[in-house]
Design a protein around this ligand. Structure first.
Ligand SMILES: [Zn+2]
Ligand SMILES: [Zn+2]
Length: 255
């Protein structure tokens, strides 16, 4: 963005409309956006992107992980769960290992109406997918994990859909909103794993035909993997040829 030109334009507009507080409000917003784009979101140093180069270097790329579900591993090829029972999806690909920095950035995306954070992080995920695409095989459609409609109205957007749109643009794969979430789930933390799986079942319903389609299912963070596993099984049951899961980050097992 040519911010110098935007700034002088905004200032010239402000001179001719300075009595109109609405215009000044808009000017304040655009100046805030301009300043935001020139300072690292994490450390405040000047930056040409959303983060400065040293902070980008520090981002925890998820490199040592289970070949199937992308769970961060200290060693080994498959995690204990994938060795015992294969998930219904082919692979999961997650750009980052979830830590305090990633949590901070994703919270910004979710609660502070900053979709640019989603675009920025999704570019790392698109790059990882591009490197793995020969192994994954071509995908026909990307499907975002839905957000209960009431959450979406409060937040203004579904963060998984923001990530999906960016992946679609970078990888040239179309998006379909094939899932809906008709009722809110019980509070996850208070449930056992078995209860959580029972609770998730039936929440997501496919609203489009996916017969024979290779689907990329997109979420922001994979925590236990129960949600994406439940949705993936439903997509397979609905006729999908395969499901590959994509997420910005994967939580390590001990958290
Ligand atoms: Zn920084
Ligand atoms: Zn695994």
């Amino acid at each position: 963005m040519d911010w110098h030109r935007e700034l002088s334009y905004a200032l010239s507009r402000a001179t001719s409309h300075e009595r109109h507080s609405r215009k000044l409000g808009q000017l304040k917003t655009s100046l805030a956006n301009l300043l935001l784009h020139n300072h690292c979101l994490l450390c405040g140093a000047s930056a040409s992107a959303l983060l400065c180069s040293p902070c980008i270097e520090e981002l925890p790329l998820n490199t040592n992980s289970c070949q199937r579900c992308d769970l961060p591993l200290v060693n080994g090829v498959l995690c204990g769960e994938c060795l015992t029972r294969s998930p219904s999806f082919e692979r999961a690909i997650c750009a980052f290992e979830y830590n305090a920095t990633i949590s901070h950035l994703i919270n910004r995306l979710k609660h502070r109406n900053t979709p640019s954070v989603g675009h920025f992080l999704a570019d790392f995920l698109a790059e990882k997918i591009r490197l793995e695409i020969a192994q994954i095989g071509a995908l026909d459609l990307l499907v975002p994990v839905p957000l209960y409609w009431r959450d979406q109205r409060r937040r203004g957007y579904n963060q998984a859909a923001v990530i999906t749109a960016q992946l679609s643009q970078k990888l040239q794969i179309p998006v379909i909103h094939a899932l809906s979430k008709p009722r809110p789930r019980a509070h996850q933390q208070q449930l056992s794993r078995a209860q959580r799986l029972r609770d998730i079942r039936g929440v997501f319903t496919t609203t489009e035909t996916l017969s024979g389609v290779h689907v990329g299912l997109v979420d922001d963070v994979i925590t236990t993997g129960a949600t994406v596993e439940a949705i993936s099984s439903q997509l397979i049951a609905a006729g999908a040829a395969s499901v590959t899961v994509f997420a910005l980050a994967r939580t390590p097992k001990d958290r």
